[in-house]
Design a protein around this ligand. Structure first.
Ligand code: PMP
Length: 361
């Protein structure tokens, strides 16, 4: 096989090799159509069947009831930062948010164009190193928004805030979609750019409780309404066919290995390997996130000096361990260990970090 690196980039991120091989095999002649999936009409019956299968796999894997609608959209999770308030606002009611980092801050900024935003809790006071506890949303809010996993700071909710049925909980799960078993009933809306945990860049998965599709007034531009896309099964206009197809292959793969319960087990094992290493390094590696808020997906840590961090990134690169430089707002290092990162990859990284510590302490 050609060279493959261990890819710890935060996204677009590594994909299961099984998925890439299947896509490669089917590239020139998809399902005996004599075309690649990139060339076939999104109105063809072959495409339609694949498209529906992708949506039904989302429902099956997440255990979603028929109350929930699956929408595949373009524009990234960033587009949902404004689609959420546009589709869910109710005149006179506050739009409530928890601010746990850069992506929450961006979501809050967009919501301000649509209504009165109330930030009910924030971890900005400690460099977004934790998830606020006992978050309370008011019963008067139009909706309650959280960022499930903070890709840059490496923090993640382990307990979800509670809201009433009338105050739908909206979660940006871009970097922790399907990384662990969740009780999906507690959410009104879940959205995620696919490119970290469920597929390639180019498509955003939006899961909406059906009753919420009615909130947006009819006199709203057509493409801006979730309702438009839901009513047409995300085929109102030309959808990102290729990205949806790769997501479908990823979802099939996830199902074949035992679904979300199995990937959760692996994700916990991977995270434990790295956090244990950090905790037992006598301060050589210092984790950014507070232990009870640690992300299963993005392990953020620092070394004593920036020079040492740079050296660590450079030496890792020589071993094909790539994408370990932290985001500029936190500095240091970040290992993104999404669903598709193997335990083998994490063990390689852990062996390298252990050796690097011995050689540089
Ligand atoms: N939310 C989170 C949690 C993210 O990590 C990102 C991307 N890194 C975004 C939103 C923005 O996603 P997109 O680039 O798909 O707009």
């Amino acid at each position: 096989m050609t060279k493959r690196v261990y890819n710890f980039y935060a996204g677009p991120a590594t994909l299961p090799i099984e998925v890439l091989k299947k896509a490669q095999k089917e590239l020139l002649n998809w399902e005996n159509t004599g075309m690649s999936l990139m060339e076939i009409s999104h109105r063809s019956k072959q495409y339609d069947a694949m498209h529906k299968e992708a949506s039904s796999l989302v429902k099956e894997l997440m255990g979603l009831s028929d109350e929930y609608k699956i929408i595949w959209l373009q524009g990234g999770a960033s587009t949902q930062f404004w689609m959420v308030p546009l589709n869910l606002r109710i005149a006179g009611k506050p739009l409530e948010y928890v601010n746990t980092g850069t992506w929450s801050t961006k979501a809050i900024k967009e919501a301000k164009f649509y209504g009165d935003v109330k930030v009910v809790a924030s971890s900005e006071d400690e460099k977004f190193s934790y998830i606020p506890k006992n978050v309370k949303f008011s019963d008067k809010a139009a909706y309650a928004h959280i960022t499930g996993n903070n890709t840059i700071y490496g923090t993640e909710y382990s307990n979800w805030p509670k809201t009433s049925f009338d105050v739908p909980l909206v979660c940006d799960m871009s970097s922790n979609m399907m990384n662990k078993v969740i009780d999906s009933k507690i959410f009104g809306v879940i959205y995620a750019g696919a490119q970290k945990n469920i597929g390639p860049a180019g498509v955003t998965l939006v899961i909406v409780r059906e009753d919420l599709l009615k909130r947006v007034p009819e006199e709203t531009p057509t493409m801006q309404k979730w309702r438009t896309h839901s009513e047409k099964d995300s085929l109102f206009n030309t959808c990102p066919c290729w990205a949806i197809y790769i997501c479908k292959l990823c979802l099939e793969y996830l199902k074949s290995i035992g679904g979300i319960p199995e990937i959760e087990k692996r994700n916990r094992q991977k995270a434990k390997i790295l956090y244990n290493l950090i905790d037992k390094s006598d301060g050589f590696y210092k984790g950014h996130a507070q232990p009870d808020s640690r992300s299963l997906m993005n392990v953020t840590f620092r070394l004593q000096t920036e020079e040492l961090e740079q050296k660590c990134v450079e030496e890792a690169l020589k071993l094909n361990l790539i994408g370990l430089k932290g985001h500029r707002s936190v500095g240091g290092m970040r290992a993104s260990i999404y669903n598709a990162m193997t335990i083998e990859g994490v063990n390689k990284l852990a062996d390298f970090l252990t050796e690097f510590k011995e050689n540089n302490r």
